[in-house]
Design a binder for this molecule. Sequence first.
Ligand SMILES: Cc1ncc(COP(=O)(O)O)c(C=O)c1O
Length: 487
Amino acid sequence: MPDAENPSRHQDLLLHGDPEPVGLLADPHPEDAAHPGSGPVPLALLPDGAAVGERGQLLVAGVDVADLVAVVGTPVFVYDEEHLRRRCREAVAAWGSGVAYASKAFLCQAMARLAYEEGMMIDVSTEGELHVAVSAGVPPTRLVVHGNNKSEAELSRAVQLGVGRIVVDSFDEIARLERLASAAKARPQVMVRVTPGIEAHTHEYVMTGQDDSKFGFGLASGAAKQAVARLARPGSPVELVGLHAHIGSQIFSVESFAKATAVVAHFMGELMESADAVGSIREICMGGGLGVAYVDGEESLSIAEWAKVVREAASAAGVPGNVALTAEPGRAIVASGALTAYTVGTVKEIPGVRTYVSVDGGMSDNPRPVLYGSGYEAFLARCVRSPRPRKVTVVGKHCESGDVIVRDAQIPEDLAVGDVLVTPVTGAYGHSMASNYNKVPRPPVVFVRDGVARVVVRRETAEDLLALEDPDAPALTAEALSSQERR
Ligand SMILES: Cc1ncc(COP(=O)(O)O)c(C=O)c1O
């Protein structure tokens, strides 16, 4: 129900000078029923500010994507800034000011600043993410620090900065953190990450809440209880403020969220009965994971609906009203706010087998299809509402047969070399997981708003690819090597 989440979408489409009403999935092509997916791309998958221009071309926030591409080239990530802001505001309205944006989904300084401006905290899971967020001007108190293997340096920086929350993940980390906090004479606020033993219905690589997980403290094993007891003991150098659970990503099942909440709530109940620790637990964060629609026919919950499910489950399980329920969505904030524009370079037809359409990016800017077998839609920027009767496989330019962007893509009949091909819903885990495989420079990120485009991350250059290299590097001296401390 993405439109229920965003009732003003249709209105927006008409705002951008669209001469005729834009039909939402309503193109009168009778053949669509016979060939699902062969109609025009569902506009509900596009950013809120997407519209169809006078010539049928794609506009995002009033910016003509073909014009943009003529200036910045392809591939390019185009983010609708107002769409992102709206989702952040929705998250704050649904969850309160403790809700954090999971920056692993997509992070650059512009995004960190945007999420902060709209009232969200920022969840960072490495020192690198922390650095970007702080550099963007996010106050450390608005940061939540995650990670299953936080280094001494990462924990130390978090403690020195005085971040809002550190979500502790292991006994080794607790020992490290206690030592650092004592030395710094700081008392960081921490949450305990528990694994509730819930198998979310999602890809196994993005499932995190099951007992057999590298993340967090198991409930079933008693580890979570032990961690709470240790962190809440009198004289503890850290302040335990809450419990945290994250069961995975791209989850559509309401039951999984409800079950996980009930399990965490039950654990809290146990703590209430047995330990004085519970007095300090004033927050439960149920992580992120809300699924989003990527392809025709998929429907997702809105952020508000998700929050409602968790709230009801918590209340039914007896979580006291004064305990704040929070979350840390990533994908649901950014995924559908962006699209990727590529240029078609070659079209190879293998009669009776398939047609390969090669574009100028691939697994280096969107590894999700390769990693998780994820599906996407594809369409042409010059004819958003065209039917897409032709089935092809859209592939990238990398030296891998697996470098597929859309395995069974429906595209307009007249697709040709030089066309700008667009894949929607690429705002999450695309740019953030991008690589330089085959020494392909990473694409730029463009924010568009009110008819204005800003390149907030420039395209990498060939020079950037050499920036870390030193082929004539001097040898490390024996002295330098022997002066390193050994453990
Ligand atoms: C601890 C934690 N919180 C939040 C998220 C964000 O998840 P999503 O982008 O699916 O909302 C993740 C990502 O897997 C995560 O590991």
